[in-house]
Design a protein around this ligand. Structure first.
Ligand code: GLN
Length: 601
């Protein structure tokens, strides 16, 4: 096993995750099998109890692991399926060491950070790196390890020490360190500054880690003299200094690495013997297509909007995959659900008007997953609006429960219909607490991970979008579910539960059959969407929003008009629009910008 460690310096949020995943893509494109490990030095056992509005989305894996959103990047970029153990946290390591101590495994010794914690980290890495994640047998060739945080953080010290020891354990030729750093330009002087990188490399060295490759984030390409200076002061060969300047979309990043021959640099350090050029034609055409899209599809995202788009990262990515497949530029209007509520009309009329005008201007309405009762009434109003006006509606997890509540209230006439999550004493509990959940223990107690859904209705959009399979496996993360005792009544009134679990008692997919597109799912299809393989339901939703659903259903998923999948897009590799071209560029970390009228992706 060969290891590529990616660390970060100077500031956080440099796009270390995207860089590390892109390195994986590049090696994969050279014919190597790649796995990855993300180290998060925080004390939480996993990301399950962390607020998505502070830390970004909680990504869910097949095995039910609730992990850092960077694992989503790896899964999407490398088209792999990771396990919960691929995300290492301080909490997990300490828990395993303390469990061992309680069992008496340390035979009376004093248990210490060095060597016990550092050994546990190394053993964990070696064990997890060997787990196959690409559907093939046997371990991968290369494991990309991303160390979260910034060099110098107190929390990451045991990991740095462990990784330093690990580089000796696996031996030279098996360990390559890529340090992602920042080269800022000071406006006054207009000069690219190397000092922050020099300092962070110095910090790294003082902790016993020697960088082999520097990946410098900057707004524009690094000037030659700047590279020379970095080479001199950081003791890294000039050809191993990569410049990751801002690009128009993140799919360009693997191409940027390829153009600078990062694969050759890594191959040299790790003796990989890479001789051929990486095959990245699909990435090239997708990145170029994404730059060329003109016509927009407007999606209203109705949720607890706090300005941190990372809170819904996978949903955004899945929407983007669907939009690119439909040849449309994705434009997301963030609609804070509480602004749609009647109370806002008097308290903040401007916000109320804006929220409703965004909702009414949208081609499709999406209500994503969520917890807690804030803004629930606004989400119900959004579902009602979409149902009554035949606007495509896609409800995910909470968004499905909202659709059921809205239908119960408006069509059946159960005025107080609600989820017991929001109103425990409702007379019409159409969404109820699941027996296997827990209300006292929050971490890891939901219905989590991959579960099977069987289609119960053949002639429905969801079944067709999934290619008329009899069942599908999608990932879950919920505590509440549609009340099975009310299903008959709801179905009689016209709501179809087209997908259910193996018991037939748990509702997985709900559809309004007479509507152009009104689908709610208890699972989270966004987690399995991939750039070249959009999630069928996201593709269907976007296609419905831009009038292409019939075409998609006729041609089959993955063959939407203008899409990557139908081979109509011939790429011209001579004209890539990253860097300083006239296209608007955006930071590598995929931060989005708003034109005041929706956010373009
Ligand atoms: N709060 C709801 C539940 O626990 C929905 C969860 C979600 O949207 N992920 O069932």
């Amino acid at each position: 096993m060969k290891y590529v460690l990616v660390t970060g310096g100077v500031v956080s949020g440099l796009g270390k995750g995207v860089t590390a995943s892109s390195v994986g893509v590049l090696l994969n494109a050279c014919g190597l099998r790649v796995t990855s490990i993300k180290i998060d030095p925080y004390l939480n056992t996993d990301a399950g109890t962390m607020s998505p509005f502070e830390h970004g989305e909680v990504f869910v894996l097949d095995d039910g692991g609730e992990v850092d959103l960077d694992l989503g990047n790896y899964e999407r970029f490398l088209d792999i399926k990771l396990t919960r153990d691929n995300n290492i946290t301080t909490g997990k390591i300490y828990q395993s060491v303390i469990d061992k101590e309680r069992r008496g495994d340390y035979l009376g010794k004093t248990v210490q950070v060095v060597p016990h914690i550092t050994d546990a980290i190394q053993d964990w890495i070696e064990r997890v790196a060997a787990i196959p994640v690409d559907g093939k047998e046997g371990p991968a060739d290369v494991c990309v390890i991303e160390l979260g945080g910034t060099i110098g953080d107190i929390e990451s010290m045991p990991f740095i020490e462990a990784l330093g020891q690990f580089s000796y354990r696996v031996g030279s030729g098996n360990f390559c360190l890529i340090h992602v750093s920042l080269v800022p330009v000071l406006n006054v002087v207009g000069e690219q500054k190397t000092k922050p990188t020099q300092h962070s490399v110095k910090g790294l060295r003082s902790l016993g880690l020697m960088p082999n490759i520097l990946a410098c984030r900057s707004t524009a390409e690094l000037e030659e003299n700047v590279k020379r200076k970095l080479c001199q002061f950081c003791h890294v060969p000039e050809e191993n200094i990569l410049t990751l300047y801002d690009v128009s979309n993140i799919w360009h990043v693997p191409l940027l690495l390829k153009d600078q021959k990062a694969h050759e640099a890594i191959s040299k350090v790790l003796n990989l013997g890479i001789t051929s050029e990486p095959h990245l034609s699909e990435w090239t055409s997708r990145a170029e297509l994404c730059d060329m899209l003109q016509e927009s599809v407007r999606i209203a995202m109705v949720g607890k909007y706090t300005g941190l788009s990372d809170s819904y990262l996978s949903v955004l990515k899945a929407l983007l995959h669907g939009s690119v497949a439909c040849g449309r530029k994705l434009c997301v209007d963030w609609v804070p659900s509480s602004d749609l509520e009647d109370a806002t009309a008097t308290e903040n009329p401007d916000a109320y008007r804006k929220a409703w005008s965004l909702l009414k201007g949208a081609d499709g309405v999406l209500v994503p997953g969520g917890f807690g009762d804030r803004g629930v009434q606004g989400k119900i109003l959004a579902a009602k609006y979409a149902r009554e006006n035949k606007v495509p509606y896609f409800g995910i997890c909470l968004g499905m429960q909202i659709a059921v509540i809205e239908f119960s209230r408006s069509i059946i006439g159960w005025k107080d219909a609600n989820s017991t999550e929001f109103e425990p004493n409702t007379k019409n509990p159409c969404v109820i607490f699941m027996p296997e959940g827990s209300k006292t223990q929050m971490g890891g107690t939901m219905r989590l991970g991959s579960r099977r859904t069987y289609f119960h209705v053949a002639d429905c959009k969801s079944a067709k979008l999934y290619g008329n399979k009899s069942f599908i496996d999608e990932r879950h993360r919920h505590r509440y579910e549609v009340n099975p005792d009310m299903v008959e009544k709801l179905e009689e009134a016209g709501l179809s539960f087209t997908g259910k679990d193996e018991s037939g008692r748990r509702m997985e997919i709900v559809e309004l059959l007479g509507h152009p597109f009104f689908i709610g799912v208890q699972f989270h299809p966004e987690f399995k969407s991939r750039p070249g393989k959009p999630s069928p339901l996201f593709l269907g939703f976007i296609a419905a929003a831009c009038g292409q659903l019939d075409a998609v259903l006729r041609k089959g998923v993955g063959k939407a008009a203008n899409g990557i999948g139908n081979g109509t897009n011939k790429s011209s590799s001579s004209s890539r629009h990253y860097g300083n071209g006239n296209k608007a560029t955006r930071p590598l970390v995929d931060i989005i910008y708003s034109n005041g009228n929706g956010v373009h992706y």
